[in-house]
Design a protein around this ligand. Structure first.
Ligand SMILES: C[S@@+](CC[C@H](N)C(=O)[O-])C[C@H]1O[C@@H](n2cnc3c(N)ncnc32)[C@H](O)[C@@H]1O
Length: 357
């Protein structure tokens, strides 16, 4: 279970009576579900930077104390002239990758705490930054991801642990690190292609998994889908994405409870369906599996990659429903995410297909 630095109050620039400036914010360090706070002490590095070129304006250390639910940040006194330029606030753990710019998503070095960057504030922007937080990831030496989340409690508009594991797994498959575990999916991702690989992600949330795949893989056309409420954040993330050569990203609303639109079946055939952390709600599983079943019926050669973190027993019905829908488990891979006090937590990644292979 990794932990995410979140803004409870996004950074705010205030002029003090004496003429100096203050930047203040309120953060917490919590799980994807927001149901628990980091219970160990952690030193944090807080950096105020120029939004334009990242130049450091002010930097300080703070300690998150296990057992607390929030941590105020206050940077002052700052020179008044700083108010003229847009700035951002970066909050990250002091240890491990603090020397590097991003959170490194590498199988050997998955961070326990995911750093965060605010939206720009000050200058022509509002003195209070938007209710957003940016995650910056390095997936390999050349691929970097910038993914925005909302700061509120929406299930859809932030990143979940299974998505972190999915990105790492896809990267491993593409680079050839997982040759034995999932030959069918690896073959699909690594095959020479003259036409794009067509991928659809269900319940994409912010879109991190599909965006990572389109960034890692050439000739890969990814359609991100979710409820209409994600449109704004996912569109922002698509705009910030840097797809690989001849790859593309699109978003389209798709509610599993609705009939799949006819034009889903008129276009090019789908090769891969991505599903990350969508099995937590047993009530929506019949609808989700029904969509998967219909996609595989129309595109029998497609593979499905389902990443999940077991949260409660009721999720087990997912596997029965998949079996009843004729969807066969081709492989299971596990990725361990770090957890506090040196423990780990498993994410399960299942590959399904309509036919054995
Ligand atoms: C826990 S979030 C996971 C988001 C993202 N895949 C990730 O791993 O970061 C579950 C996602 O499923 C979506 N979802 C839930 N019910 C849905 C439905 N009926 N139709 C489409 N998407 C749905 C939610 O909107 C949400 O984005």
């Amino acid at each position: 279970m990794v932990y995410y630095i979140r803004f409870l109050k996004t950074p705010r620039l205030q002029k003090q009576k004496i003429g100096a400036l203050t930047v203040s914010a309120l953060i917490c360090i919590t799980t994807d579900l927001g149901d628990a706070f980091l219970a160990q002490d952690e030193d944090l590095l807080v950096t105020l930077r120029l939004a334009s070129d990242g130049k450091i304006l002010c930097r300080g250390r703070l300690q998150w104390q296990g057992g607390k639910r929030e941590l105020p940040i206050s940077m002052r006194p700052l020179p008044v002239r700083l108010a003229e330029q847009p700035m951002i606030l970066e909050v990250k753990p002091c240890d491990s990758q603090s020397a590097g710019p991003d959170s490194l998503l590498d199988q050997h070095e998955i961070p326990l705490i995911i750093s965060g960057w605010s939206a720009a504030f000050g200058g022509p922007h509002s003195p209070v930054s938007e209710k957003l937080i940016e995650r910056r990831f390095s997936i390999n030496q050349t691929t970097r991801l910038s993914v925005w989340e909302e700061t509120g409690n929406s299930i859809a508009r932030h990143i979940w642990d299974a998505a972190i594991a999915s990105v790492i797994y896809l990267q491993q498959l593409i680079t050839g690190d997982q040759l034995q575990s999932n030959k069918a999916l690896q073959r699909l991702l690594r095959s020479e292609r003259n036409t794009p690989l067509h991928v659809i992600e269900l319940g994409s949330g912010c879109g991190i998994v599909g965006i990572a795949l389109a960034s890692l893989l050439h000739q890969c056309s990814v359609l991100l889908t979710d409820l209409p409420e994600v449109k704004e954040i996912v569109t922002k993330n698509i705009a910030a994405a840097r797809p690989a050569r001849l790859s593309s990203l699109q978003y389209r609303p798709l509610d599993w409870e609705d009939k799949l639109p006819d034009d889903f079946f008129d276009g090019p055939s789908i090769d891969l369906v991505l599903v990350s952390d969508c099995t937590y709600n047993a009530d929506s599983l019949p609808a989700l599996v029904s969509v998967l079943g219909r996609l595989i019926k129309s595109f029998p050669g497609a593979l499905i990659l389902v990443a999940l973190k077991r949260r409660h027993e009721s999720e087990g019905v997912f596997f029965d429903l998949m079996q009843s829908a004729g969807l066969k488990t081709l492989s299971l891979h596990r990725i361990e995410l770090p957890s506090q006090h040196g423990k780990c937590e498993e994410i399960e990644l299942y590959c399904y297909g309509g036919v054995e292979r």
